[in-house]
Ligand binder design. Structure first.
Ligand code: SF4
Length: 267
């Protein structure tokens, strides 16, 4: 069985190997940070419908189609969110769709997966996308953002995300990721980051380091920083707590037991 990796797993590892160990090696759940974002979910569903259900026999999309898709996806929302969502999508329409020939996306809202073998371990890498478009000589990955606050990922997080997508898309489509764009639905801002093979190499180096740790069962040393303020493992962490609690019992069997299955034979 391959060892699963995603951008969020690698980011956790990079931020603090010990919190990675607690979360993914010992299976200790962190308290969730985010509540259900029903308006955001409905907006994502509507955009899938707008691009995915259009017949593409007319080159330019009418606003009425966008409004129809929103009506179909917003039925369970309170009236204030229905109105808010309609305004957001009408703004999207005028900025990105009105008067422009519509190109059919390569794929809509899905999960992309790839496989790696590093240090005699097999890994599955995966990530989610909202939309994949063909650009001139490769692929653009578009990630819709519906939160009220415009939050940009830090440089390190971006490097990991782009590297994971680069690897997975190369395997799936035999084409390179050329750019990743964050599209902020509420403001219409589109932030585009170029992707290069250096992003892929960066992720491969991280996976290699992780693979060595998994094989050697080395210490998963803590790295302290601002992120500790929001860490759900503080009470178990000797770096921020002089008297850390012992880890809950019964976690080893479920997680440590599967480790042997991840090793692959090499001769
Ligand atoms: S409190 Fe900080 S150092 Fe300790 S596990 Fe959490 S993130 Fe790592």
């Amino acid at each position: 069985m391959a060892y699963p990796l995603s951008a969020s797993r690698l980011q956790t590892y990079q931020r603090c190997p010990q919190s990675y160990y607690f979360r993914y090696e010992r299976g200790m759940k962190q308290p969730g940070f985010f509540g259900a974002a029903s308006l955001g979910t409905a907006l994502h569903q509507a955009l899938v419908r707008i691009y995915g259900n259009w017949h593409y026999q007319q080159p330019v999309l009418p606003l009425a189609w966008v409004q129809q898709c929103w009506q179909e996806c917003s039925a369970s929302l309170p009236p204030s969110q229905v109105t808010e969502g309609r305004h957001i999508l009408e703004g999207y329409y005028h900025q990105f769709l009105a008067g422009q020939p519509l190109r059919k996306p390569l794929a809509l809202e899905g999960r992309i997966q790839g496989h790696l073998q590093v240090e005699n371990l097999e890994f599955t890498i995966s990530g989610r996308y909202d939309r994949l478009d063909f650009v001139d000589d490769g692929i653009e990955l578009i990630d819709y953002k519906s939160a009220k606050e415009m939050h940009l990922p830090d440089a390190e997080t971006l490097d990991v995300q782009i590297g994971i997508y680069y690897l997975a898309l190369e395997q799936r489509y035999h084409q390179s990721l050329k750019q990743m764009s964050l599209l902020f639905l509420r403001t219409g801002e589109l932030i585009t980051y170029l992707a290069t093979a250096a992003h892929k190499e960066h992720v491969l180096a991280m996976v290699s380091e992780l693979a060595k740790k998994l094989q050697a069962d080395q210490d998963w040393e803590p790295i302290t920083g601002k992120h500790c303020d929001r860490c759900g493992y503080r009470r178990y962490c000797k770096a921020v707590n002089p008297n850390p609690e012992p880890l809950p019992e019964g976690l080893n069997a479920a997680y440590g037991g599967s480790r042997s299955l991840q090793l692959t034979l090499s001769f």
